[in-house]
Design a protein around this ligand. Sequence first.
Ligand code: NAD
Ligand code: UDP
Length: 322
Amino acid sequence: MRILVTGGAGFIGSHLIDRLMMEGNEVICLDNFYTGRKHNVLKWIGHPYFELIRHDVTEPIRLEVDQIYHLACPASPVHYQYNPVKTIKTNVIGTLNMLGLAKRIKARFLLASTSEVYGDPEVHPQAEEYWGNVNPIGIRSCYDEGKRVAETLTFDYHRQNDVDIRVVRIFNTYGPRMLENDGRVVSNFIVQALKGVPLTVYGNGAQTRSFCYVSDLVDGFIRLMNSNHTGPINLGNPEEYTILELAQTIQRMVNPDVDIRFEPLPQDDPRRRRPDITKAQKLLDWQPTVPVSEGLRLTIEDFRSRLGVPGTISNTDRVGSV
Ligand code: NAD
Ligand code: UDP
């Protein structure tokens, strides 16, 4: 199979490419390297089945492929808020261009959407039927509303032009290869603990998230792409933690001497988030297999080697959950 992965040099995209290449597919990785790194796909450069193209999805492109995984979009609030107009362009014009390509070449198209379409949810846990509670004019809107329009476009191309679509709503995902300056909570806490500087908890840390290890997510992506279901389908780990619990867990695992510092909560920060994964379980026979303690261990080891910080991880039997 010939497969295009947009955003393929990024965190999730590069793990997806590893799986697709190992399964013997021909893969085209398309990326503008905003938050992605060539290093993430370095091991495939020179492989006869692999091609890397520097391209911005806001510009059209002509390619011949069977499947498109459309991931191109910065995912961390720090990076997507740096140039919000560009984030909207990437989500709207970029998705439009990739759907146009899928239509022209009759490729199956999978959109990497997000739990952010639920906004600051008033329904808990979040099932796919919930329409969300999103501020249309806030600092997160370029991403949340951008992804909501991307979903709308995807379903309109399906209804109007018969494009074969899949939509996945990804909940917070973490793992090796996140950028040191990514700005998301797991990488921030790990990098801070390894550097011996205080862990920055925003607000009082009572807000919750559910953290999925990247290999589980990639497995769900491939199952959905090759199933007969359009989605939208939630993929995430339903174990829910407060941000303070996460900070204390990482503190315990990496460096018990490091402080926790409370900083202001950013505007519109969702208070609670946890996926209802009943659909993924029933339709895709999918559920996360990597416990958070193990996923964190693997992520800490990766950061430790990249940052050149020696040491070992303290034992942790259990990550507290709410
Ligand atoms: P990431 O920032 O590591 O990867 C995004 C990739 O897209 C990068 O390689 C970046 O350079 C590329 N990119 C950005 N704008 C582009 C453009 N205009 N043209 C071409 N390439 C562009 O983020 P990630 O965590 O790997 O996220 C991948 C996808 O999954 C994103 O669409 C994101 O919205 C979605 N998602 C991720 C999470 C998560 O927790 N990681 C949660 C929900 C949704
Ligand atoms: N957060 C935090 N400290 C940090 C980074 C993030 O307390 O250094 C909080 C943030 O306010 C949010 C949660 O952790 O409540 C998850 O943030 P992230 O940016 O990882 O993802 P998102 O908010 O998009 O789910």
